[in-house]
Design a protein around this ligand. Structure first.
Ligand SMILES: Nc1ncnc2c1ncn2[C@@H]1O[C@H](COP(=O)(O)OP(=O)(O)OP(=O)(O)O)[C@@H](O)[C@H]1O
Length: 352
């Protein structure tokens, strides 16, 4: 098993701007790392650097403690699974899985044994003799993973491996990937711009923007204590609400609160059909979306637009004029100048 260390990695494509600025991260052996960020922030470039498909302009990549900047991809003990998992259409599942092993000169009997072992793990045994054209999208994706797994490497790099699948399959494959990680004990570095995937799969999440690493931590820390406003807004469904503190009842007593933005996640809001005791905002519902048992309410308030979740049954027919209260002890606060989160200490109502 091998850990990976990235130290002050910088990268620009020839003639282009810098796409990775001084990125440093350490991945422990066996960790499931998810890299998230908006399109173009440098996620795939980072993965390609780890795989050896691109070279860093500056900085150091270490794999299993050894400098790897100049190691060719085939000597890195790393397997990469791409979004477009091109399988060979004329080959059977067995041949597709064993293909890399053949290239490496493994004898046929051993290749077959390994392909069957991997197929068992991925529940592909019934399909070993089928061609990819006769498989579902999820099965094809598993064959692509099988091809990477057959090599028995200690690290897997996955670049949006589920993005071509429909929603139900994505959810099913997510569980399978997590399971597989448990079985293999391998280090996985997984790139996605799907934040649900990030929070549900990762031991640690790296959030990137414009080639910068903004935060690298456990999913619960990223969610509960985002480093800044961007991270808070990027993770969480439905998304966090940002409101100016000076317009939020109950915030007036907070020291320095007039140059801050409050971040209220929908789960700290409560929707009432009559004005509750304590601070609240009167809200006019402009749209109510059914999500199942809940309604997602898009509301106009004196502090700005807000989205809140409310149990559908609790609201009855009263969904036009509501009041929204909030748990200020669980609100987040962000500096308007830098965007950084500032600590709020509920006991003494201080902003630090
Ligand atoms: N081969 C290349 N030559 C020049 N520029 C490139 C090349 N590959 C990527 N880029 C640029 O580098 C930046 C980062 O791209 P990258 O693919 O790493 O982003 P990403 O976060 O993976 O995006 P996405 O989520 O859309 O896949 C982008 O601005 C992109 O246009």
């Amino acid at each position: 098993m091998s850990g990976i260390s990235l130290r002050n990695i910088r990268k620009a494509y020839p003639g282009g701007p810098t796409v990775l600025h001084d990125v440093s991260m350490e991945f422990q052996p066996g960790e499931f790392i998810v890299i998230v960020g908006p399109s173009g922030c440098g996620k795939s470039t980072l993965l390609r650097l780890i795989a050896g498909l691109e070279r860093a302009d500056a900085g150091e990549i270490k794999i299993a403690g050894k400098r790897a900047n100049d190691l060719p991809p085939q000597d890195r003990d790393i397997a990469m699974i791409f979004q477009n998992y091109a399988l060979y259409p004329h080959m059977s599942v067995r041949e597709n899985i064993a293909f890399g092993l053949e290239l490496r000169g493994m004898p046929k009997a051993e290749r077959n044994r390994r392909a069957e072992e991997v197929a068992r793990m991925l529940q592909l045994e019934p399909y070993l003799e089928r061609k990819p054209g006769a498989l579902s999208g999820g099965q094809r994706q598993r064959v692509a993973m099988g091809r990477a797994m057959a090599r028995n490497t200690s690290t897997f790099l996955m670049d949006e491996p589920l993005s071509n699948l429909d929603n139900a399959l994505r959810v099913a494959m997510r569980t399978e990937i997590k399971d597989l990680h448990r079985q293999l004990g391998a280090t996985i570095v997984y790139v996605t711009h799907d934040q649900t995937e990030a929070l549900s799969l990762a031991d640690r999440v790296a959030v990137m923007k414009d080639g910068h690493l903004l935060q690298f931590d456990r999913p619960d820390v990223i969610y509960d204590r985002p480093a800044n406003r961007f991270v808070a807004g990027f993770l969480g469904v439905p998304p966090i609400n940002f409101l100016p503190t000076e317009k939020l009842p109950g915030c007036a007593g907070l020291a320095g609160s007039d140059d801050l933005t409050a971040g209220l996640r929908p789960d700290i809001l409560a929707v009432h059909t009559a004005q509750p005791a304590g601070p609240s905002l009167a809200a006019r519902v402009v749209m109510a979306e059914m999500t199942g048992s809940d309604l997602l309410l898009h509301c106009d308030t004196a502090a700005g637009r807000l989205t809140a979740l409310a149990p559908r049954l609790a609201l009855g027919g009263g969904t036009e004029q509501v009041w929204i209260s909030y748990d200020l002890d669980r609100a987040l606060f962000f500096d308007n100048q830098s965007g950084a989160r500032v600590d709020y200490v509920p006991g003494d109502r201080q902003i630090r």
